[in-house]
Design a protein around this ligand. Sequence first.
Ligand code: IVH
Length: 379
Amino acid sequence: GGTPSATFAPVTHAAPMTSLDNAMDGVELRAWADRVVKGLDGVVPRFVAELKIDGLALSLRYEHGVLVQAATRGDGRVGEDVTANVRTIQDVPERLTGEHVPEVIEVRGEVYMPTDVFAALNVDYVAAGERPLVNPRNAAAGSLRQKDPAMTAKRRLSFWAYQLGQVIGGPALATHRETLDLIGAIGFPINPEVRSIDTIDDVAEYCLYRQDHRHDLGYEIDGVVIKVDDLAQQELLGFTSRAPRWAIAYKFPPEERTTLLRDIQVSVGRTGRTTPFAVLEPVFVGGSTVSMATLHNQDQVAIKDVRPGDTVIVRKAGDVIPEVVGPVLENRPPGTEPWQFPTICPCALRSTLVRLEGEADTRCVEPACPFQRDQKIMY
Ligand code: IVH
């Protein structure tokens, strides 16, 4: 969502790009299914379950089989014209193929950055001394909004198609599955994990399976989207003011949260190596409460430029180790300064800390340091 910028021309969508209502757990999912059955006068529909790709929604308009416009979702009614940049995405066909290409067709889907592309990009960023990108979704958004399409091309974005907007002509479609088959036949990548499922119990089971296996894919997902398969039933159910009644997003519990960075302190290891760590307002993320997180070393703190008093994004790296991703700059209190690494050991001896040239670590070199001694004993 968001207001269109001045850089990209506004595009009024021929058919609005609505959002989805969310189900945060199995209970809310079943409550949605009950509403659907009620809306269909007791008829139990068949469902299609798709991955909820964590990227950005795009609407691609083709006239006579040729890409004429690519637009972001924006506020759902008016998006931004990103055609020049989208033309550089390999997964997006310039021309549609096959016998069944409608006169006008708007294909909607998600543009995303695969996780390996994101990791490689961040290696380049850090090597260039820049702040690492927060997550693949932000990286995809930034890549799509480049002024120079050549920059977008370098970012190797990908695309999964999952829905239609305006369509004029073409074959009659009875189900969402048929819609996906048509979109695939005319040249778009359809996610291979799409499932047709008969009962809401099996849908719920699939959602939990996906939640447990969300990191097995080469891209990020943040849930499962469940759609009523039959298009006549979809029509009957219709829309609320903001979302279709015939679809729901089952959202995975977040693995990223924001919280207050209360302080940055330094711990001393058994070899005297010091490690800065974040003291956080406790926050529940990825299945446990986190109140401390490593900041690794001085350079990492400088690159992330996190400051006490900042609101920071916290996530579970590899689902286990809490990590401070970076500050939410909009929430930074006025008058803060970049954090300075201490020059004196936090122990009672207050000896001077040393960082040798070419080393990432700062060390306490005092042999009698009680912190080092305690860590040695524990080791
Ligand atoms: S369908 C009318 N299917 O989720 C239905 N959306 O929270 C339109 N998304 O804005 C959306 N994967 O950006 C649909 N398989 C999928 C999706 C999907 C990701 C995004 C999309 C949408 C947002 C809603």
